[in-house]
Structure formats: C-alpha cells, structure tokens
Design a protein. Structure first.
Length: 127
C-alpha cells in the first residue's frame, strides 16, 4: 500500500517526532495541530484566535494532501476548558458546511506549549 508523508510550510513544522500527516491509500491521518503560527512558531493568544489558527493549520495540511477541510471524516478536539466548546462549534461553522464530519471533544488537563485547544483528524478520499 502507498504511504506518503504530507508536509507543508503553510502549517507549523512538527515540534516533536511526528509528521504533519501521513497518507495511506485514500486515508490521511492528520497529526494534532495547536495554534502555532507557521511562520513565527509563536502560539496565538486567546481562545478564539487559537481555534481559528488550528483550523487554518488543519486546512493547510489538508490542502497539502490534495484536499480540503470538507474531506475530513473524523475530527477530534481537545480543550483545556470545555466551557469553550460552544465557541469551537461557532468557529467551526465558518470553516465547514453540512454534512459535517464526525467529531469528538475531550477535556484535557494540559496541551503542548500551553495551548488551549488542539485538533487532529482523519481525511478520507473516495476515488
């Protein structure tokens, strides 16, 4: 089976031992994205700015894989405060239209670099 590493400078470089995404066949596994600016590698400040940056980062990786956010089949959201869940949904509506991907939201104690939100997902290309 074909395996390809997806990499783009339009999303933050990996800050550990992982790839931005891995494509196997028609499936792309997106690594977790936090709100790092891809140019400065600085974390955006404030929850809304972080949510927007995470979606922008995911979008860039999806595009590098040959698709877009609409190709995400499953989205996982990690929040350090679940009180921000409604805001995530509000911002998500700016990036997605129906049919929406399957989604999970999980409250976590902490995220890398002190981020408030992280997202990963699975993209499925149907050939």
């Amino acid at each position: 089976m074909n395996r390809a590493i997806i990499k783009t400078d339009k999303a933050p470089a990996a800050i550990g031992t992982y790839s931005q995404a891995v494509k196997i066949g028609g499936t792309v596994y997106l690594s977790g994205q936090i709100a790092l600016d891809p140019v400065t590698m600085a974390l955006k400040e404030g929850i809304e700015a972080q949510i927007v940056q995470v979606f922008e980062n995911l979008k860039a990786v999806c595009e590098a894989a040959g698709g877009g956010l609409a190709d995400i089949a499953k989205l996982n959201i990690y929040l350090t405060d679940l009180a921000h869940f409604a805001l995530v949904s509000e911002v998500m509506a700016r990036y997605f239209t129906e049919p929406y991907p399957a989604r999970a939201a999980v409250g976590v104690a902490a995220l890398p670099r002190g981020a408030l939100v992280e997202m990963d997902g699975v993209v499925e290309f149907l050939d």
